[in-house]
Design a protein around this ligand. Structure first.
Ligand code: GRF
Length: 208
C-alpha cells in the first residue's frame, strides 16, 4: 500500500509510521510526505529517509489541486494525517473515500473539534479533571475530529500530571497505535458499516 503522510510539525508520528513500514509491521511504504509549511521538522525526517516531499502552497483550491496531482503521480492509495494543522478539503476526501485517517491525542468525541490541537488538548483534559486520556485514530470527514472512530487506546491521567507529562505519555501511545491501525488498513482488515468500524484481529498485530 502506498501511503502519504500529511504533517505540519516535528513528525514523530511520521517517523513511527516510516519505521513500521521499514521493519515490515506495515505492509506498505511511505510514498510521499506532504508538509503544510516549509519549516515543518517532518521535512528533514522525510529527506533523511529519501521520501519525496511536497510542500503545500497557495489558496486552498491551489494546494488541493497540486496535492491531488502529486498524490496521483506517486500512486498514493492511503493518507495518514499526523499533526496536520489544516482542514482537509472535500475534493481530497472524495478522492480517497474511507482512505484518510487522523490521529488525535485524546479520547474522542471528548476534547476534539476546532481549537483542540497540540497542548490545548492536554491542558483541557487536565483542567477537566478527567481520569483517563489517550489517543484516537478516526476516519477524516469534512469537519474537525468528527469522522468514525477506528481505534482508541486509553491511559490513566495521574493526579501529578502536567499537560506536558500527559502529552509525552499520550505520544508514546500514538506511536504504537497509529502504525498498528495503518497496518490493519494495509492488510484489508478494517471494515466499515455506517458509522461503525471494526478491525479484524491479526495474529501478529492485534488492535482492539
Ligand atoms: C500528535 O500529538 C497528534 O496526535 C496531533 O499532533 C501531534 C503531532 O505530533 N494531531 P508529531 O508531529 O507527529 O510529533
Amino acid at each position: 500500500m502506498n501511503i502519504a503522510v500529511f504533517a505540519s510539525g516535528g513528525g514523530s508520528n511520521f517517523q513511527a509510521l516510516a519505521d513500521a513500514c521499514q521493519d515490515g509491521r506495515i505492509r506498505g511504504r511511505i510514498a510521499l510526505c506532504v508538509a503544510s509549511r516549509e519549516t515543518a521538522g517532518v521535512i528533514q525526517r522525510a529527506e533523511r529517509l529519501g521520501i519525496p516531499v511536497h510542500v503545500l502552497r497557495g489558496s486552498t483550491e491551489e494546494w488541493t489541486a497540486s496535492a491531488l496531482e502529486v498524490l496521483r503521480t506517486q500512486q498514493v492509495e492511503f493518507i495518514a494525517l499526523a499533526g496536520f494543522m489544516r482542514m482537509v478539503p472535500a475534493d481530497l476526501i472524495r478522492a480517497y473515500p474511507d482512505r484518510i485517517v487522523n490521529i488525535h491525542p485524546a479520547l474522542l468525541p471528548d476534547f476534539g473539534g476546532h481549537g483542540m490541537f497540540g497542548m490545548n488538548v492536554h491542558r483541557a483534559v487536565i483542567a477537566s479533571g478527567a481520569a483517563r486520556s489517550g489517543a484516537t485514530v478516526h476516519l477524516v470527514d469534512e469537519d474537525y475530529d468528527t469522522g468514525p472512530i477506528v481505534a482508541q487506546e486509553a491511559i490513566d491521567v495521574r493526579p501529578s500530571d502536567s499537560a506536558e507529562d500527559l502529552a509525552t505519555r499520550v505520544l508514546e501511545v500514538e506511536h504504537r497505535l497509529y502504525p498498528a491501525v495503518v497496518a490493519a488498513f494495509a492488510e484489508g482488515r478494517v471494515h466499515r458499516d455506517g458509522a461503525s468500524i471494526t478491525i479484524q484481529p491479526s495474529s501478529s498485530s492485534p488492535v482492539s
